[in-house]
Design a protein around this ligand. Sequence first.
Ligand code: AMP
Length: 465
Amino acid sequence: MPCPCIFVTRMTNSFSIPRGTSDILPLATPLWSQIELKARDILSIYGYSEIRTPIYEDINLFKRSMGQTSDVVNKQLLEVMSNPTWIAMTPQEAKHYQDQGVLKGYDPAKSVGLVNESAYALRPEGTASVVRSYVENRMDARESLSKLFYIGPMFRGERPQKGRLRQFHQIGIEAIGVDSGSPYLDAEVIGIGVRLLQEFGLSGFKVKINSLGTKDDKENFSRILRERLKSKLSHLCEDCVSRFERNVFRVLDCKNTDCQKIVDSLEFDDQHLSAESRAYFNQVKESVASLSIACEYSPKLVRGLDYYTHTVFEFEGGGALGSQDALGAGGRYNGLVQELGGPAADAVGLALGIERILLSLGPKEISGKALNAFMVALGETAYKRAFVIVDFLRKSGISCDMAHKPGGSMKSQMRQADKKGAGYVLILGEDEEKSHSVVVKNMSTGDQELVGWDEVVDFLGRKVK
Ligand code: AMP
């Protein structure tokens, strides 16, 4: 039995992965690469180009775009530490800095405050960053419609559970342009989401759709919602009571069973929409249908972020995901570009969660790519020669490996070749060293022949290509 003190020492010297994050290990990376490659292929077919933005941004970018009352901003932003500095300030100035959220401390006796003027946060989603970049790089001056996509990690300080992580990955698209408020573009974006999910191998997911309308329609919607909920306020959970005032739409997403029952009992339709917004939404639905996509009108689908206007949609998984069943979501966000200092550009986008897609696909084994050849070297002199031959083979594009040091037996090296699924084994021992050749063994037929060092690259090249 091992001494417990050794165990304790090892524990204190070891580190664990942060909660809510995961290692994507070599057995899983081929599947991730496949998803990413497929996404890139399909998105280029639809005319989208990749954009890569930093993983952290000015915290106010997220506050301004997603809204102070959204859970993502309110509770889940992961702030990036920068160095706060003490500066002299009056109580009024301290209040001003506090309102801006940059005051980290205040000492009234000395009239100094600790201010973190450069406050950053890890990006909780991609839209705000892409719009920031669109505006900053004046993309509108170059093209009337920018079709952009991103693939990368997002960060939210959530309570981790199945399908809900603190670092997760999204494939997202954004179509931004002045005068791009076309229902056909909304339909195209929904169509892209469906196509991507299908290409990844998913079926049986639902497309849910709703319209929030313009800013005024949204106001209308929240007023109607408040009216309907007012008499039920005492039955709502504590969070929803405060949501009622701050962002009543969030009540519709509450996971509390009592709140859900109340929400289920409410009846809604599109009465908050103006005639123009209703016509726009009808055209979106008609265009989605013309792409042979069935979607479910869900008048309670609102999405909790400030920037959404008009169309909002969600791809709901077929049950494998439990309570976290959204595979992806998106919508139109007219007005955000202007809100962030850009031109009057309209926009629509979506984001799919890669972890949720993989969970939905279920356990999948993708075997790593098998090696073309494995070199077995017997003895140190042969190993030195084999080391160089392997280098030649690799430089000519033949995947090849060998033991990382001399001295292994024939049996142990053959076992390694087998484990790596090598198509051919090259054997270089004392006899082959003398005859300047290697034995090349075809591992599926068992056939073998002697091939000169000068010819082995061409010989194997012909066999494996
Ligand atoms: P959202 O930006 O919240 O609309 O999320 C878009 C998609 O990203 C969701 O439908 C999920 O598939 C995925 N997603 C969002 N938050 C998480 C999370 N915390 N963990 C894993 N996936 C997430």
